[in-house]
Design a protein around this ligand. Structure first.
Ligand code: SF4
Length: 258
């Protein structure tokens, strides 16, 4: 694939209260796959003021301080300390085009990040029915994405698959239980929910979303590579924040499509 991954905004210490103090990045919105039903329709990264501003910088608007080319980004990653927890793609996704991951770029990222403990989510489809790009071989695209994510896991970089609903999470886990899964769900915001998915798997709520919780990603790490690689329990994110209303519509639409 002749394609140069877009630029990445690299923040040395995030001030995002949910993340906690850790390095964080934003990838240009061109990285978002067609498969994501929240693309342009309520994505949290575009809904919050500060995250929206940061994400726009990755897209080339406003200050370009700390916005790095792909190769500079890899150099930045390779200097992160061993075992360091960091968040990749507070906005944006892994490098790829439409619904197909850029396998070589993803492996370069995994090699650079090997030994660190990144929190990464992806909406790139690993089920053929989730491929939404017209005219492509959906089976081959989903297989290619699974192979790419397996190659990243080989370097110790387990990536969370973002599901659009509990039902969607169940189908992904039933088909490919090696991949850790997170999901948005139309459940009451601020409460702890525990679910048994249709395939029998368990799901529990992200502790940082529970009202009154002081847990951050920095001290939880359930979605970070080291724990995600072994995690059997899927993580629930109740639709929340300023994008919640739109997100709920998309979740319901996604369930209808499935
Ligand atoms: S489950 Fe833990 S690591 Fe994952 S998003 Fe929530 S607080 Fe962060």
């Amino acid at each position: 694939m002749s394609y140069m991954p877009p630029n990445v905004l690299c923040v040395d210490v995030s001030s995002n209260g949910k993340l906690g103090p850790m390095p964080a990045t934003y990838s240009a919105s061109a990285t978002c796959p067609n498969a994501c039903p929240l693309k342009d329709e309520g994505c949290y990264a575009g809904a919050g003021f500060h995250t929206r501003q940061a994400w726009r910088r990755a897209d080339g608007h406003g200050s370009q301080t700390n916005v790095r080319t792909w190769s500079d980004f890899l150099a930045w990653v390779s200097k992160l300390g061993r075992g360091l927890r960091w968040r990749h793609n507070t906005g944006g996704d892994l490098p790829g085009v439409r619904d197909r991951l850029d396998g070589l770029a993803c492996i370069d990222l995994a090699r650079a990040a090997s030994g660190t403990d990144p929190i990464i989510f992806t909406h790139y489809p690993i089920l053929p029915e989730d491929v939404r790009t017209p005219g492509v071989d959906a089976e081959e695209t989903a297989r290619h994405n699974r192979l790419t994510l397996r190659a990243m896991a080989f370097y110790g970089i387990a990536v969370n698959i973002s599901a659009n609903s509990p039902e969607h999470a169940s189908r992904i886990r039933a088909a490919w239980p090696e991949f850790p899964v997170v999901m948005v769900a139309d459940l009451a915001e601020g409460e702890r929910h525990k679910l048994t998915l249709d395939n029998g798997d368990k799901a529990d709520t992200c502790p940082a979303t529970i009202a009154g919780s002081t847990t951050t990603c920095a001290d939880c790490g359930l979605c970070a590579a080291a724990k995600a690689a072994k995690r059997k329990v899927s993580i629930i994110f109740p639709a929340h924040g300023t994008g919640a209303k739109k997100a709920r519509v998309v979740i319901r639409r996604s369930a209808t499509i499935a």
